[in-house]
Design a binder for this molecule. Structure first.
Ligand code: HEM
Length: 446
């Protein structure tokens, strides 16, 4: 069996160190034991695989051997019953297929127009000419608007009325899913009760949108339309409850991950004025302004290579999902080690992408490593982990990156920003982002 990281307290094991600073513990254990080791946490055995070779075992495993469902069941209070990880494996695959069908290229192309329109309106209405804001909070509010409009059309703005309501409800959903909920999903915590109330309210709003769509015979071709018209292999359609759960799950998966990455991207760009900021803005001028006459579109954004490499480097250094997990269903082997059924198998994008053996000078922000022909092109498969990999790799990768690029393009053409140094990361929440508040001064460009 893999080496067990020693601890003095039986049962509790390394839990206290893990809860305080999980990444330091994982990194220390890697330095001591190498690419596979087990942490004992409140009776759970969590076996970590680190480095591309070990990580490939995680991503190449079949679902019957390495189950994401069994590891992620704790999200059910948010996603809902019968949705993705709470459904039979075959049904889960089909639901994930519907999601992928909803995020095809034609949808992404439309999304750029929607996102830039929403972002423009948001800045005009909320920001005005000058002021100071908490960037992370603002990007959260904005991305939930842009993403929900892309998923279910203008009806969401009408249904919400007040633009911050959905963001507030989502905040409560997120507060109710912290790392503790993985170990104790049913504790009677106040944040869990709040989470359940928030879920019921979000579900009510989404149900009303589905009902309106049906009654008005609206055939707007978006993700909601795709879900409403998808059929399982047996010919049945999704129940409304499942559609609602998938929409909640998609927004949940995509919102904080994107807004955190966007916030860090802005901090890194502004902290690298003479290099990456200059290059990125020159690209906006050359591509968006000159080539496309100021129109922000999919083709133009795709050509903005420097911005893309900045976003990828931000994701390497600050992946919002710091641990990915599967439950071992059948005993398996890695090198000479037997991993027994029942262990939770984990990879850590945060630790794994800062290994010196994988990326040179891993603590240094260097987007050029993602240039064509650069260092990252020669790296082994499963070196870049921010979007996971294998059959459960993120289906929202292109959408997420496009959303970040679009919002930055709108924002940076409108305002000058003044920011402090890049904030440290808060690792206590399930989705790890900059420690707030992230105060930023802005003034309109003339
Ligand atoms: C910067 C933004 C994003 C990051 C860093 C990110 C990261 C990830 C990662 C690491 C996984 C793999 C989880 C695992 O293997 O256990 C994942 C899965 C997933 N993501 Fe994303 N994501 C982002 C944006 C989005 C967006 C915008 C959407 C939807 C529109 C989305 C939907 C999903 C879904 C549905 C899954 C589950 C896939 C499966 O289990 O097969 N993500 N994401």
């Amino acid at each position: 069996q893999p080496p067990i990281v020693s601890s003095i307290i039986p049962f509790v094991g390394c839990f206290i160190q893990f809860a305080k600073n999980p990444l330091a513990l994982v990194r220390r254990s890697y330095d001591q034991h190498g690419d596979i080791f087990t942490l004992s946490l409140m009776g759970f055995k969590m076996t970590f695989l680190l480095g591309p070779e070990a990580q490939s075992v995680f991503f190449r495993g079949s679902d019957s051997q390495l189950s994401p469902k069994e590891a992620y069941r704790f999200v059910t209070p948010v996603f809902g019953k019968g949705v993705v990880y709470d459904s039979e494996t075959e049904v889960m695959y089909e639901q994930l297929r519907f999601v992928k069908d909803g995020l095809v290229l034609s949808q992404l192309k439309k999304a750029v127009g929607i996102i830039s329109e929403e972002a423009n309106t948001y800045f005009e209405e909320k920001w005005g000419d000058a002021g100071e804001i908490d960037l992370l909070y603002e990007m959260n509010k904005l991305t939930i608007l842009t993403a929900s409009r892309c998923l279910m059309g203008k009806a969401i703005n009408k249904a919400l009325g007040r633009s911050s309501e959905l963001a507030d409800l989502y905040h409560e959903l997120e507060e109710g899913l912290n790392p503790i909920s993985f170990f104790f999903p049913n504790l009677p915590l106040p944040s869990f009760a709040k989470r359940d109330r928030a879920r019921a309210q979000v579900a009510k709003i989404f149900h009303s949108i589905i009902k309106d769509r049906r009654q008005s015979n609206d055939e707007t071709d978006d993700v909601l339309y795709t879900l409403m018209n998808s059929k399982y292999k047996d010919g049945s359609v999704l129940e409304d409850e499942q559609i609602v759960g998938l929409m909640i799950g998609l927004l949940f998966a995509g919102q904080h991950t994107s807004s955190i990455t966007l916030t860090y991207t802005i901090f890194y760009l502004l902290n690298n004025q003479q290099t990456y900021m200059k290059e990125t803005q020159a690209d906006i001028q050359r591509i968006i302004q000159q080539e496309y006459n100021g129109e922000i579109n999919y083709e133009g954004l795709k050509k903005m290579n420097r911005l893309e490499t900045v976003v990828r480097e931000v994701l390497r250094m600050h992946p919002p999902l710091i641990f990915l997990m599967r439950k071992v269903m059948e005993p398996m082997k890695y090198k000479d080690f037997d991993i027994p059924a029942g262990h939770i198998l984990a990879v850590s994008p945060q630790v794994g992408m800062r290994l010196e053996s994988v990326y040179k000078n891993p603590q240094q922000f260097d987007p050029k490593r993602f240039d064509q022909g650069g260092e990252a092109d020669q790296s082994l498969p499963f070196s870049f982990l921010a979007f996971g990999g294998g059959k459960h790799g993120c289906p929202g990768e292109n959408f997420g990156i496009l959303q970040i690029k679009t919002i930055w393009t709108v924002l940076s053409q409108k305002y000058n920003l003044e920011v402090g140094p890049v904030p440290p990361t808060d690792f206590t929440s399930l989705v790890a982002g900059p420690k707030g508040p992230c105060m930023v001064k802005y003034s309109r460009k003339h």
